[in-house]
Structure formats: structure tokens, C-alpha cells
Ligand binder design. Structure first.
Ligand code: FRU
Length: 493
């Protein structure tokens, strides 16, 4: 008899729900020493369905504890994506005694009288650190007479104009609203009609300020996720815009028609950033849903489905003469890995494969590569004897590609087989950081300048790796491989 092991593919360092379906991260917020992760959740099945908000908390964003469901569907509909803020000054009137949490989320009503669902924005508040929630009695607080796609409110306090700002996905645009109290919303502007990629419906926007590395400069950045459209191979993905925001309008700095993608892997969607990270910390931290609508409902896990990316710190960096978003896993991750193999200085000659035994359920690989005239080099992650994922860097075209055709279970979707490719700005000296978990690979190139996030479904995370060079040599310096350390705890599953 075939037995199904529900823990097969269960990630160690990435959040996944104990049971059943999960998609977008929602309501990322820090409050009273805890990071909160709410998430799109169907608690009754491992496919998408009537959405609730699941809930997990963490002290370090790596080790999460799943709590009870935070928000259940009601007469206004199921609970779609949204955000949570701390109402420090009781602008809403919900917190006469001490500050608490307000959730602002979409309700999706699909009743017998309507062929298309009605999407409205609602509020709920919590006085006990998100453990229990009260829905606002006058929900919904924002509707639209004609717009069908009207969802995913991301709210923040805009210090300069002293009001709440909401960015909302409205079909092929992002609409910006403002409010003094989270209850009464006023339309400010609409962004995006004639700019960026419109291959699919716009979803899950976020708007925030980021510092430019090594300068005093700051810029506003808007993230917009783009839904799956069968006409395009890539499925769902996330673009971003860099510009300025005056409390009413978001304007991009330069409109040169170049679409800026956040991630060049297939599996990073609907990501948003944390609210209320303390000033002393000051980081802008992002988490994405590590899947793709093209095959999310078919991935081969049993009893649960969906996982999040690692939390990543975002900044801006000048690459060439252009600003780009930089992403790096949060430093808290370092506490979970110990350097085991160090390569101080070694030449990998053309045609030679350097094999390293790993035999771990997760591994972090950091390679600093000096190109001594090679045409191509790369790395094979041997999951088992006959399952492997190959990462190749073509030094003539500066393209990095990840091939998962032989990575294990791939038959659930044709689209899963397509190569994932990203252009690297500079390959003369390359820095690669690769984090492999039970069912994912995250690649960060040149200190976070380029990111590629990909699911894989091997029988085992990593047995061995081999590093190869072709058409010339490469030199590895200050490179290392880290294994999960002994303080790896029981994640409660
Ligand atoms: C994005 C999305 C959101 C919506 C939610 C529904 O993945 O489609 O636009 O609120 O998922 O689960």
C-alpha cells in the first residue's frame, strides 16, 4: 500500500502551514516583541477555497509558531489579502486604553445573486496582540460602485502629511486612498495605467520608502504583483517602480519602459513588507509567497500546501547608473547555520568537477568567484543519486539559469519545467549565496543585487554538490558551506 508522508517536502527554515492551503502573506507587522505573519488560508482543504486569515508569530522571523485562525468569513464575504497596522495614537477610537492592532482587508462576496464577486474593504481590531479579533460593526469601510477587482489594501501612516495611506489593487492600476482614522477613506490618485507590465491583473501592492546604500538618499518604491495569465509562460510575478510620493500621488523617476522584476525565479509572489518595525531597527523587511498561481494548487505536498520565502531586507543600490532593489535574507537566519566547509582559495580548472559531500536537510552555500577566463561555470545540487538541480552561469552572456527538470517530482505541471533565467550585471567577480531547504532554492547574486527563488520537490534536500568550470578556470576565494546547527529546534510539527 502506498503511504503518504505529509512531512515530505516540509521546509525547515520557511514558514508553511501545519495543515491545508496557504497563499499570500498578509498583515505583516511587528508589535511588542513579536513578528506577526497572517496568511491567506483555506483551513478545510489543501487547495484554494474560502479564504480565512491564518496566523503565526515569531521572535526572529525564522522559527514560527502557528496560532488559531485570526479572521473567519462573514456576511460580507471571505477574507482576502490585506494588512495590519498599530494604531499608536488611537486615530480609530478602537483603543481608548492602549494601542492595538487594526487589520484592513478585502472581503470577497460571491453570493447567488451576483455572477461576479463584490470586493470591499473591512476592518477588524485586536486588544490582545492579535490573539482575538473584533470585526468593525460598520464594515465595509470602502466600496466602489463599478470596480470589480478592488482588493489587497496595504496601509501605512504617512508622517509628512499625518494621515493613513492605503494602496489598493484596482484591475490594471493601483488606487491610492487616505484617511485620518482608518474608517473614512478618500480617493487621492490612481497609478499605473500606462506604465509597467500589464500581462495580468494587478494584485497586492505595497508602497514604502527605501534607503539608497551608502548615501543619505531615500526613494519611494511601489511593488505590484501581476496575476497569472495563460498567454504568458511566466505565470504570476512581481514588478516594482522607483519614484516619489507626496502623500497623494506616486510618480516614477524615469519612465523608460523597462519593467523592473523583483525576482527572476518562478516562485515569489504577492510579497509585502512589515509594518511598524521599530525605528532603532529601521529595516524594511519583505516576505513573499513562494509559489506561482500557474501550478500552486498542484504542487505535490500532502495535507498542506504553500510556503513563504525567507524574510528579506530591502534596500536600493546604484547598479551601473540605475537604482535597483536589493534583497538579502535577514541576519537572524545566520543563527541557524554553522560554517562547516571553508574554501579559502582554490582554482577549479576547466572540465574539472569539485565534489563536496553534504548529506543535509538544508544547506547554505556562499561562493566568491573570480573569473580566470572561463566561459561558463556552475553548481549541481545533487539531491539524491539521480535527482539534481543545476545552476549555470554563462560568463559570455552574463545569464544565470536554474534547471529543475531533473530535480525530483516535476510531472504535476508542464510549466514547472521551464528554465529560470536572470541577467547578472557584473560577472568579473561574482558573489553567490544559495540557500537550499527541503523544497526550495533561493539564489542571491552580488550581495543581493539579483534574486531567483524556485521551488523543487526532491526526495532529499542535498546529498552532494559539485562545482564546475568550462572553457577556462575559475578561482574560489573566501567561500563556505554551512549546515543547519544543533540549536535547530522542533518547529512544532
Ligand atoms: C493574490 C490574490 C489576491 C487576493 C488573494 C486571494 O495571490 O489573488 O489578489 O486577495 O490572492 O486569496
Amino acid at each position: 500500500m502506498k503511504t503518504h508522508n505529509s512531512e515530505k517536502y516540509r521546509p525547515i527554515f520557511h514558514f508553511s502551514p501545519k495543515k491545508n492551503w496557504m497563499n499570500d502573506p498578509n498583515g505583516l507587522v511587528y508589535f511588542k516583541g513579536e513578528y506577526h505573519l497572517f496568511f491567506q488560508h483555506n483551513p478545510n482543504d489543501s487547495i484554494w477555497g474560502p479564504m480565512h486569515w491564518g496566523h503565526a508569530v515569531s521572535k526572529d522571523m525564522i522559527e514560527w509558531e502557528e496560532l488559531d485562525i485570526a479572521l473567519y468569513p462573514d456576511e460580507h464575504g471571505t477574507i482576502f489579502s490585506g494588512s495590519v497596522v498599530i494604531d499608536w495614537n488611537n486615530t480609530s477610537g478602537f483603543f481608548p486604553k492602549e494601542p492595538g492592532m487594526v487589520a484592513i482587508f478585502t472581503q470577497n462576496l460571491h453570493d447567488a445573486d451576483h455572477t461576479t464577486p463584490i470586493q470591499t474593504q473591512s476592518l477588524a481590531f485586536s486588544h490582545d496582540r492579535g490573539r482575538t479579533w473584533t470585526k468593525y460593526e460598520k464594515n465595509p469601510v470602502l466600496k466602489h460602485p463599478t470596480k470589480v477587482d478592488f482588493r489587497d489594501p496595504k496601509v501605512f501612516w504617512h508622517y509628512e502629511s499625518e494621515k493613513w495611506i492605503m494602496v489598493l489593487a484596482t484591475g490594471q492600476t493601483v488606487s491610492i486612498y487616505s484617511s485620518p482614522n482608518l474608517i473614512d477613506w478618500r480617493f487621492e490618485s490612481e497609478f499605473g495605467e500606462d506604465i509597467g507590465c500589464h500581462d495580468g491583473v494587478w494584485e497586492c501592492p505595497d508602497l514604502f520608502e527605501l534607503p539608497v546604500e551608502n548615501s543619505e538618499e531615500k526613494k519611494w518604491v511601489m511593488f505590484v504583483s501581476i496575476g497569472d495569465n495563460r498567454q504568458f509562460d511566466s505565470g504570476s510575478r512581481t514588478q516594482y517602480f522607483i519614484g516619489s510620493f507626496d502623500g497623494s500621488n506616486f510618480k516614477v523617476d524615469e519612465n523608460n519602459n523597462e519593467v523592473l522584476w523583483l525576482d527572476f525565479g518562478k516562485d515569489n509572489y504577492a510579497g509585502v513588507t512589515f509594518s511598524d518595525i521599530p525605528k532603532e531597527d529601521g529595516r524594511r523587511i519583505y516576505i513573499g509567497w513562494m509559489s506561482n498561481w500557474r501550478y500552486a494548487n498542484e504542487v505535490p505536498t500532502v495535507g498542506w500546501r504553500g510556503q513563504m520565502t525567507l524574510p528579506r531586507v530591502l534596500t536600493l543600490r546604484k547598479i551601473g547608473d540605475k537604482l535597483r532593489v536589493i534583497q538579502k535574507p535577514v541576519k537572524e537566519l545566520d543563527n541557524y547555520f554553522t560554517k562547516q566547509i571553508v574554501i579559502h582559495d582554490e582554482i577549479i580548472s576547466s572540465g574539472i568537477q569539485k565534489k563536496i559531500d553534504i548529506n543535509q536537510s538544508s544547506v547554505e552555500i556562499v561562493l566568491n568567484v573570480n573569473n580566470l577566463g572561463a566561459k561558463q561555470f556552475g553548481l549541481v545540487l545533487h539531491h539524491t543519486e539521480n535527482q539534481s538541480t543545476t545552476i549555470t552561469i554563462d560568463l559570455l552572456t552574463n545569464l544565470l539559469s536554474l534547471d529543475r527538470t531533473n530535480s525530483g517530482e516535476v510531472s504535476f505541471s508542464e510549466n514547472f519545467l521551464n528554465n529560470q533565467v536572470m541577467k547578472i550585471h557584473d560577472t568579473t567577480k561574482l558573489n553567490l549565496r544559495i540557500i537550499v531547504d527541503s523544497s526550495s532554492v533561493e539564489i542571491f547574486v552580488n550581495e543581493g543585487a539579483h534574486a531567483l527563488t524556485s521551488l523543487i520537490y526532491p526526495d532529499k534536500a542535498c546529498e552532494k554538490i559539485s562545482i564546475f568550470s568550462l572553457g577556462g578556470d575559475i578561482q574560489l576565494s573566501n567561500s563556505y558551506i554551512s549546515f543547519p546547527n544543533s540549536i535547530r529546534r522542533n518547529f512544532g510539527y
